[in-house]
Design a protein around this ligand. Sequence first.
Ligand SMILES: [Fe+2]
Length: 239
Amino acid sequence: MPDAAKLGHNLTGAQMSPDDVKEMMEAVEKYPPTIPGDSTRLAKERETMTEASEGVGTVPVPGSTKGKLKSGFDKMLGKQPELLVDKLGERLAFERTGVRLYDAVIAKLQASDSAGQKMIPELRHIRDEEAEHMFILKDAIETLGADPTAMTPCANVAGVMAIGPMQVVTDPRTNASQALNALLTLELTDNAAWESLIELTDKAGHPNIAKSFRKAVEQEEDHLRTIKRLLNTELAAHM
Ligand SMILES: [Fe+2]
């Protein structure tokens, strides 16, 4: 596995070639863009497309228990009952991706030095808790009569957001600290999101479901502390 970053033949910085920088700056003056307009047109275009958009998918209407759920929904969150199901779906998708991210980092560390391999048991422990969280969410969604296999709009967006960290950890060139940094991004989001989900679930009138989430929050706080500690240890080992 690649070690911490070291000095090498990196030519990407402008300081590597001052003469070329001068020529480049002259070219900018000499050859302005041939297409009229500036970034305000880009912003305007984004505005127009956003106005015309119908959003990222829909929250599915549960099939089997439609009538029962409909009335339950109405009691749950007034006029926006789908919000809770959407957010539960988001957490489920996020935890599922979390399991895959940890699996990828563990595989990476198998190829590392003994310091890297020492982290594996702690990462396996976190990975297994993320998998447990997934099942807590599956149960919660089913309690509401909704379908945990459905990809809700927020679940879809969470999947897109996770593409960056996933690319970092599955890239064979990234080292342990870069992978841990990707996990840190994940855990920071995870902590904040669970807190907000508990609040939402409580407000929706589901104290039992909210209660089932509290253990997950405590575990997430522990994940965050662990990843911060492992990252700092890994960085200190290469200083
Ligand atoms: Fe976590």
